[in-house]
Ligand binder design. Structure first.
Ligand code: PHE
Length: 451
């Protein structure tokens, strides 16, 4: 994947693109973030809302980003510029790039924890999770290591290594999740968890819950910051964007759903708190593994696979920053990659120290408690992972629907997708009206406009 302006390169094949897009989508968002936001937002009602947003907003919106990227052959800023040069709209592209930095800065920290658990599991010494994430040096070291791995892959190009490995490892992750679902649901007390996860109580839905579900849908599908613009820019004209988008959405949602089917039964069986926040999965799963026969081996394998899933997401995040600087400022790709990784690492240091290592960052409560937990990492997750993605998607759907023009976008999507021609009118309505209006209402609600 070379992105020199004269020779930007393309995915080697259709599966190469779907794998890369699914690799970006499937990651810690499915297995770490999804269960913890479900737990914090009251369970099944949130899950239903989330599914609705994925189907009605996320996937149709994904076509818009892919179409814009493929038509413009550029990073988010360049793509906006190609349609409407030197207009304020380019700030929307820029916000996407900045959001990518913000997300990667805390995502890399969690990826570091995941990586650390490979060794903890293999050594059979799981220890206390709270003490682990409060210890500054191991956490920073693992975060740095993960950013280093990410940069090395983005630097070397992703086609050879990561695409080939993902093809083998992601199906194994899937099978392992299915096996864990069976095991977790056999524990006594598991059914209470299942009902929390699957039996909706609609009185739990508030404005904040709706935004959390929408934000999680965008986060999990890697939407709202121009990632799919960037990946779309490497797609050939004969690819079927609709079929690709639907399969990415389907697999992504499946993996998240399975993760919940493991976590909630296990959690209730162990008598833990579903609203534990970012620590949730790390508090539940290692304990599950220590109870299982052969669990240390299974646990080691699980954290290896989860690290790979995280890596295919972190490389996509770093790729956005990189493509932006390379395309717009003409700097050498190899230099940009390392600079961007180092910069993002520095931005992530407060998040790394916010789980007990530094009192200042661990209790950084400058956002109202109804919006976010007081630690710095939760703030970052809310600001970039929920708010900014929803806002970015609002702006980009207006941009595609009205400024570039929904019909031009639809023409682009129709190339390669015969199926799309029949549903084109519905899509045009969605991108121009339905999607921006729903996002707008949810954002307004967040500021208490309807209270
Ligand atoms: N979708 C990724 C995940 O669920 C995270 C991500 C968000 C990646 C935005 C790229 C862009 O883990």
């Amino acid at each position: 994947m070379v992105t020199a302006p004269s020779d930007r390169g393309q995915w080697t094949s259709r599966t190469g693109f779907i794998l890369a897009a699914a690799g970006s989508a499937i990651g810690l968002g499915n297995i770490w973030r999804f269960p913890y936001v479900v737990g914090q937002n009251g369970g099944a009602a949130f899950v239903l809302l989330y599914f609705g947003f994925v189907i009605l907003i996320g996937v149709p919106y994904m076509f818009a980003e892919l179409a814009l990227g493929r038509a413009a052959q550029k990073n988010p800023v360049g793509a906006v510029q190609a349609v409407r040069p030197n207009s304020p709209w380019r700030l929307v592209g820029l916000l996407g790039v900045i959001t990518g930095v913000g997300i990667l800065s805390f995502y890399g920290v969690i990826a570091g924890w995941t990586f650390g658990y490979i060794f903890k599991m293999a050594a059979g010494r799981v220890g206390d999770f709270g003490a682990f994430i409060a210890s500054p040096w191991p956490v920073l070291g693992l975060f740095a290591l993960f950013m280093f791995l990410t940069a090395s892959i983005v630097h070397g190009g992703i086609q050879g290594g990561i695409e080939r490995w993902s093809k083998i490892l992601m199906p194994i992750l899937f099978l392992l999740l299915v096996a864990l679902v069976v095991y977790a649901n056999s524990l006594s007390g598991a059914s209470k968890g299942l009902s929390f996860y699957l039996h909706p109580d609609f009185s739990k839905i508030t404005g904040r819950v709706a935004l959390a579900a929408l934000g999680q849908a965008f986060f999990s599908l890697s939407l709202g910051m121009g990632l799919m613009i960037t990946y779309g820019s490497y797609v050939g004209k004969t690819e079927d964007l609709v079929a690709s988008g639907i399969s990415v959405g389907f697999f992504d949602t499946m993996i998240a759903f399975l993760a919940g089917l493991i976590i909630f039964p296990a959690l209730f069986a162990m008598g833990q708190d579903p609203a534990a926040g970012p620590a949730l999965v790390f508090a539940v799963l290692p304990e599950l593994f220590t109870r299982m026969p052969g669990g240390l081996l299974v646990g080691t394998l699980f954290f290896i696979l989860l690290s790979v899933a995280a890596l295919t997401s972190t490389i996509s995040l770093l790729e956005v920053e990189t493509a932006y600087v390379v395309d717009e400022h003409g700097v050498d790709r190899k230099k940009v990659v390392w600079g961007a990784a180092l910069f993002t690492f520095v931005v992530g240091i407060p998040s790394a120290l916010s789980q007990g290592a530094s009192d200042f960052f661990s209790d950084f409560g400058w956002l109202p408690a109804r919006l976010s937990d007081p630690d710095f990492l939760s703030h970052m997750s809310f600001i970039w992972g929920d708010f900014s993605l929803a806002f970015g998607a609002l702006m980009l759907s207006i941009f595609v629907g009205w400024v570039w023009g929904a019909n031009k976008a639809a023409d682009e999507i129709e190339q390669g997708s015969s199926f799309f021609a029949q549903t084109r009118g519905i899509w045009v309505f969605m991108i121009r009206f339905f999607i921006p209006v729903v996002i707008f209402v949810i954002l307004l609600n967040l500021f208490g406009v309807f209270d």
